[in-house]
Design a protein around this ligand. Structure first.
Ligand SMILES: *Cc1c(COP(=O)(O)O)cnc(C)c1O
Length: 395
């Protein structure tokens, strides 16, 4: 087996080539090793491999697989980490990243503005004896007073779902590191394209690959990036025994996604900027929230941290839930769904779907108002999307 290394080259080059493993047949495209098991030449070889397996020695697909290893190596190269572990979904990645780190009695500080399932995992940690403190992620004073010596980890979405609050990764990482805590960042909304997470101090970077990495809304997957010590020493034992492994077929879908991710995400972010600007001041909108608009509270931070406002926009419709639903129902191009990062533009009503589980008080605190819509901008023509949004709002 030969392995292609594109480390040190431009991310676009890495995203096409890095980590490609070729068999003796020299296949051009990445092969799908759709096998759960691997044959040993002898009993002694099996024994040795269970003691320690080399980078191209596999045991069982729950532990690792050649196609999945290609995806992991490519993600690590793109993110600038030593290693990565691919998982069955973004939530398996979040769960693995946090549960593998924490023990009862540990302390975790988390930003309050999180995706509903991330909040569920934190509640679960608390149920097993981990103390979880929540802060307003945009308020550094709150991070400062919540992080204490012995805090095990901090957790945040670098751009929050759905409110698009931007967390100052560098400042929060400095605070965490001075207390000896690890920084675990859910970086989905920033995307690997606009990520500078390692440079800004994140220790563990988590992606739902279901989103921009796939880019076509086909398959669930996740990935955790970090040091080799953390990935192989802490995370892998947890995930390989608890069953969060990715399917080799899904790894292959993600490898194909990565090849076009840079082009797609940049085009989607360009359209999002155009759309956000065009929708600003629309009489039926209370607010247009987009980190790439100068009136966004963390505009400068977003530009410094990502160099882009990203592919997501939040729109608050005047008139609450009824007006929001009418708008959704009138859209012709933008589809009602709850994925994001897809080539197809998608709109979500967080208050009644992804964030339904939250109390009214929490919804209000996170800005998840009855009129709020979350728009994931796809690859359609931006003017067509603006036209669609306008005709839906002008009812
Ligand atoms: C979608 C999402 C997840 C979960 O990913 P799945 O692949 O759906 O399990 C986690 N965090 C954020 C910010 C997300 O948007």
């Amino acid at each position: 087996m030969s392995v292609t290394s594109a480390k040190g080259l431009h991310p676009r080059t890495q995203a096409v080539h890095h980590g490609t493993r070729r068999s003796q047949y020299g296949e051009m495209a990445e092969a799908i090793y759709l096998t759960q098991g691997f044959v040993y030449d002898s009993a002694a070889q099996a024994e040795a491999r269970f003691v320690e397996s080399g980078p191209d020695e596999f045991i069982y697909a729950r532990y690792g697989n050649p196609t999945s290893r290609m995806f992991e190596d490519r993600m690590a190269a793109l993110e600038g980490t030593e290693d990565a572990f691919a998982t069955a979904s973004g939530m398996a990645a979040v769960n693995g990243a946090l549960f593998s780190l924490c023990a009862p009695g540990d302390h975790v500080v988390a930003a309050r503005a999180l995706f509903g399932s991330c909040l569920y995992v934190l509640d679960l940690l608390a149920k097993f004896g981990v103390e979880v403190s929540y802060v307003d992620g945009t308020d550094l004073d709150q991070w400062k007073s919540a992080i204490r010596p012995g805090t095990r980890a901090v957790f945040f979405e670098s751009v929050s779902n759905p409110g698009l609050e931007v967390i100052d990764m560098k400042a929060v990482s400095d605070l965490a590191h001075s207390a000896g805590a690890l920084v675990v960042a859910d970086n989905v909304f920033a995307t690997p394209v606009f990520s500078r997470a390692v440079e800004l101090g994140a220790d563990v970077i988590v992606y739902s690959a279901t989103k921009h990495i796939d880019g076509g809304g086909r398959a669930l997957a996740g990935v955790v990036c970090g040091t080799r010590d953390y990935i192989r020493g802490t995370l892998e034992p947890y995930l390989k025994h608890t069953g969060g492994a990715i399917s080799p077929f899904h790894s292959w879908i993600m490898l194909n996604g990565l090849a076009t991710m840079d082009l797609r995400v940049r085009a989607q972010a360009d359209s999002a900027a155009t759309i956000a600007k065009a929708m600003q001041g629309h009489p039926r909108l209370k607010q247009v929230i987009y980190p790439g608009l100068p009136d966004h509270p963390q505009y400068e931070l977003a530009m410094r941290q990502m160099g882009s406002g990203g592919t997501m926009i939040a729109l608050e419709v005047e008139g609450g839930k009824d007006a929001a639903f009418t708008t959704l129902d009138r859209l012709r191009i933008v589809r009602i769904s709850n994925n994001l990062g897809d080539a197809k533009s998608i709109v979500t009503h967080p208050a009644t779907t992804t964030h339904q589980r939250l109390s009214d008080e929490d919804k209000t605190r996170l800005g998840i108002t009855p009129g709020l819509l979350r728009l994931s901008v796809g690859l359609e023509d931006a003017q067509d999307l603006i036209g669609d949004l306008r005709q839906a709002l002008d009812h």
